[in-house]
Ligand binder design. Sequence first.
Ligand SMILES: Nc1nc2c(c(=O)[nH]1)N[C@H]1C(S)=C(S)[C@@H](COP(=O)(O)O)O[C@H]1N2
Ligand SMILES: [Mo]
Length: 160
Amino acid sequence: MRRVCFASLVAALLCLGAAARADEARNIVIGGAVEHPLTLTPAQLRALPPVEVSVTQQTDHGPVEGKFRGALLWTLIGRAGLADGPGKNAYLRHSILVTSGRDGYAASLGEGEIDPKLEGKQVILAYEKDGAPLADMRLVVPGDAHASRGVQDVATIEVQ
Ligand SMILES: Nc1nc2c(c(=O)[nH]1)N[C@H]1C(S)=C(S)[C@@H](COP(=O)(O)O)O[C@H]1N2
Ligand SMILES: [Mo]
């Protein structure tokens, strides 16, 4: 009996630990060529209008398939305010570098890829896959045949 109690106590503590970790997803820092650099907490990210995208993408270990839910990268950039400049359509010169806090892995997108006025691709910073929370924030780039721009554990978004 005592052993059973001890086992359930350990299970409960492990459970609490896992829940705490899930809440500890990183803040996202948005900076570079923006009007107001900002930091978003996971809660603030979840409060933005949710967008769902379904993807099937290749990886080194076979295809990854899923319905991801998150905030539009375009909305995040909009919060920080894309910096304009002199010259015709100067905003078109920007690219957006998304970097992982885990291992420095990074990928970039062109402004025109996600601008609703141009390609308007529904690139999201996802916090959920198939209805279950992700342990960290992940970039999902629909239309990519391979998952290599799907930066995991995103920490910074830098407009260049
Ligand atoms: N932080 C981080 N994100 C990453 C990677 C990585 O090494 N580090 N690899 C990329 C690659 S090459 C692929 S194919 C996808 C899927 O990787 P997986 O092998 O972890 O499923 O994640 C992408 N995102
Ligand atoms: Mo990969």
